[in-house]
Design a protein around this ligand. Structure first.
Ligand SMILES: Cc1ncc(COP(=O)(O)O)c(C=O)c1O
Length: 458
């Protein structure tokens, strides 16, 4: 009863002005953007929850670390500092910088994935799936069935169904499976974590069949926070200890450092095997840059090294994940359907149940995103049929189990008053939901269409 309330373990030193347009102006802006929220100018957005990727606020220590950046082409001090931080935190001895997470996927998959391959995983992220399908390989999802039920309470909805995993290996054959990708936490599945028990079980299966296990690690620290707070046996371990244990079960990792390393741009691949490192080096040099900078400047590698330490502190993670839960609880209290448990970096509104009269092929989550922008100047992103893309073979629309509007919260950027506005905006849309109509696509790209598609109202 007398417990001190939580508050962020930081205070604000510098602020950035944001603009609030009128509702009429927003109606005009979103029509001009052809109902794709990616097409909006950022300055026309009041609260930008499009992504938590690269949108965090760096600390004073990170900003001062920028001044130490060594911009040497090869072997810069900043690279070695970053490498040391990555090895200390993950245990991987080989580290290769890339300009962001998808670039890490591109380099690694250039080495490991070929036409006809099967890449097993737990709700592969869209760029991961994109890089797989671009190589005419197939991503096969082995996430537990519980993840498909938006309100089912399960502490680790990012978990892999181990029986399905084994079945897939025997169905497709080990020789077709060059690697397995385990995403921690699982962004496409609702920001849901994977338990240590499940990580161990996946590791055991991969070991048994000799399949390399690679973690898509963008939010590995948030995953560790959930293990600490939800899994028995971990309450007294530090986040850094949990992280070390998680990675001990992997052969390598791709990382979008724009998330849990709290920097605006950067990524890397890390691994245990020297031969794999050497094979990646060729592609890194071709696509990214020399192996000790890979598309990053020295100053950003300094900030990354610092950000990794800060991002794996319990107090920081507690404040961050509590803010996501603060918004989740406000939305839930209003009776608005959303994915539970709340994710680590985002809440996901269940658009299928919010707008049940809009069929999936009229993109209810896209519609909800547009309406929330109109109502409160809040920008989210569709995780539904638009994102799912067409089947690469049949070109038919793929209909995912869930239609979600993701509201991803940038790290250390917004206050809980901003979260109050977001919840208020959703309530306004909820109150007039029956009169909302669907959208149809006017233009779409062949792959990863959600970024550039345009729409019109039905
Ligand atoms: C789980 C996951 N993997 C990979 C990526 C790709 O990273 P990036 O945006 O840095 O290319 C993202 C980005 O959102 C992600 O969430």
């Amino acid at each position: 009863m007398n417990k001190m309330p939580y508050a962020e373990p930081w205070r604000i030193k510098m602020v950035e002005q944001v603009k609030v347009l009128t509702r009429e102006e927003r109606i005009e802006k979103i029509a001009k953007a052809e109902y794709n929220l990616f097409n909006l100018a950022a300055e026309d957005v009041y609260i930008d929850l499009l992504t938590d990727s690269g949108t965090g606020a760096m600390s004073a220590d990170q900003w001062s670390a920028l001044m130490l950046g060594d911009e040497s082409y090869a072997g810069s001090k900043s690279f070695f500092k970053m490498k040391q931080a990555i090895t200390d935190i993950t245990g991987f001895p080989y580290v290769m910088p890339t300009h962001q997470g998808r670039a890490a996927e591109n380099v690694l998959f250039s080495v490991m994935v070929k036409k006809g391959d099967i890449i097993l995983g737990n709700s592969h992220f869209d760029t991961t799936k994109g890089h797989i399908e671009f190589r005419h390989a197939t991503a096969v999802d082995c996430t537990i069935a519980e993840a498909g039920d938006p309100t089912l309470q399960h502490p680790f909805k990012g978990n892999v169904d181990i029986t399905k995993l084994e079945q897939c290996i025997s169905e497709y054959g080990k020789s077709k499976i060059p690697l397995m990708v385990l995403t921690v936490t699982c962004n496409s599945g609702g920001g849901q974590p994977v338990s240590m028990e499940n990580i161990k079980a996946v590791h055991a299966v991969c070991q048994k069949y000799g399949i390399p296990l690679i973690f898509d690690s963008a939010r590995f620290a948030e995953n560790a926070y959930f293990i600490k707070t939800r899994e028995s046996g971990y309450a007294n371990k530090s986040i850094k200890e949990i992280v070390k244990e998680m990675f001990s079960y992997a052969d390598g990792m791709t990382m979008s450092a724009k998330k849990d390393a709290i920097i605006n741009m950067g990524g890397f691949i890390a691994m245990r095997d020297q031969q794999l490192y050497r094979n990646c080096a060729t592609f890194n040099i071709m696509f990214e840059g020399y192996i000790t900078y890979g598309g990053m400047s020295g100053r950003d590698m300094e900030a990354l090294a610092m950000g990794l330490q800060e991002g794996t502190e319990y107090d920081y993670l507690h404040a961050r994940i509590s803010q996501v839960a603060y918004l989740g609880n406000l939305v839930k209290a209003a009776g608005i359907p959303l994915i539970e448990p709340f994710g680590g970096h985002a809440i996901y509104i269940d658009a299928k149940n919010f707008l049940p009269h809009i069929p999936q092929l009229q993109y209810p989550a896209q519609v909800l995103g547009v309406e929330l922008y109109i109502e409160a100047g809040v920008r989210g992103v569709e995780i539904g049929t638009v994102l799912a893309d067409r089947d690469p073979q049949t070109r038919e629309e793929r209909l995912p189990k869930m239609e979600l509007l993701r509201l991803a919260i940038p790290r250390r950027v917004y206050t809980n008053s901003h979260m109050d506005v977001v919840a208020w905006g959703l309530k306004q849309v909820w109150n007039r939901k029956d009169n909302i109509k669907g959208l149809k696509i006017k233009y779409e790209a062949e792959i990863m269409r959600h970024f550039t598609a345009t729409f019109e109202k039905i």
